[in-house]
Design a protein. Structure first.
Length: 326
């Protein structure tokens, strides 16, 4: 039984409206937390992985909320909260943004200020997905996979032709970073896990959508933000994920720095912030109030110097080599 399952028709065929912070707009109008929590009643023989896919989530997003529940045998009839709510990551170009720690992709449509989001699978520890800025250079339907030298012993072949055994699935978006792409999968339960050789994997139904809405030349930003800071209706939110690749020395210091670089700490409850960091469940949590920031002389600047305004860098055709290398 599904309760309140309406998010796919929220706006523009499944996209959510957003509004990045702007020094000329009242803070109450800022909206970088999108979606909403939902409820679901577990059916007979239904797994948490089934629930995750039904609501457009990866395995990791359900696991973080219910770490003590066996994902294969949840109790039928029990009610679970479904975290279809997200803080938007920072972006310079508003094309595709992939945030590695949360294993989620965001497809921005800046002309209508709308965003769609999909769960992804990413590179494992031995084959980490690299951070940086690149762009889509080719698009293929039913691609042939040329097996990398490092995997030939595992697959015992040099290439795999289109079909049900092809790990690339039906759709491929090749990136300017050689050897990497965004594609489907023949094993849907890998979405929300770090098990690939570095590429980005989507559910078959999601890569089909993304493929048709992503032309060659689309910007792709791959970022590493285990903690995101967002705003909605005058409140400050954080969304906390595990430090998947072990890059953050101190999560609290990292989060405080993110807040200081944006709106400061005056409206933040440190008690609520520390509780959110401790829980680390991947869902947005309100930790304070923006207060009266209208008329501030400083533009909003996110982590790594990225402006959250949609104006910065949008009109450039391609990134520089320094940007591509991250």
């Amino acid at each position: 039984m599904v309760l309140g399952f309406v998010w796919k028709s929220v706006l523009y065929g499944g996209a959510f409206e957003y509004r990045f912070p702007d020094q000329g707009k009242a803070p109450e109008t800022w909206k970088t937390v999108v979606g909403f929590m939902q409820d679901h009643t577990i059916g007979e023989k239904e797994t948490l992985l089934d629930v995750a896919r039904l609501y457009g989530l990866g395995y990791n997003e359900i696991e973080l909320l219910y770490p003590q529940t066996d994902p294969w045998i949840p109790e039928p009839g029990s009610d679970v909260a479904v975290p279809t709510e997200w803080v938007l990551p920072t972006t310079r170009h508003q094309g595709i943004v992939i945030n590695l720690p949360e294993m989620r992709l965001y497809r921005f449509f800046p002309k209508i200020r709308a965003v769609k989001t999909y769960p992804v699978g990413i590179g494992e520890q031995a084959g980490k997905t690299p951070e940086g800025t690149c762009w889509v250079v080719d698009r293929s339907i039913d691609p042939t996979w040329v097996v990398p030298a490092s995997l030939k012993e595992k697959y015992n072949v040099s290439m795999i032709t289109p079909g049900p055994d092809n790990p690339l699935g039906r759709y491929w978006l090749g990136l300017s970073r050689k050897g990497y792409g965004i594609h489907g999968t023949n094993f849907p339960w890998c979405v929300g896990r770090s098990v690939s050789n570095g590429c980005i994997r989507l559910y078959p139904e999601h890569i089909e959508q993304l493929f048709h809405e992503t032309p060659v030349g689309t910007w792709v930003e791959i970022v590493y933000e285990p903690v995101k800071v967002g705003f909605r209706r005058g409140e400050i939110y954080v969304e906390v994920h595990p430090d998947l690749y072990g890059k953050i020395v101190c999560t609290e210091e990292y989060t405080v720095q993110r807040l200081q670089e944006s709106v400061g700490l005056d409206g933040v409850s440190m008690e609520l912030l520390r509780a959110a960091l401790q829980e680390c469940n991947g869902a947005p949590v309100a930790v304070g109030s923006l207060g009266d920031l209208e008329g501030s002389e400083n533009p909003f600047v996110c982590n790594n110097g990225r402006a959250c305004s949609p104006r910065r860098g949008v009109n450039r055709k391609h990134p520089t080599e320094e940007e591509e290398e991250g």
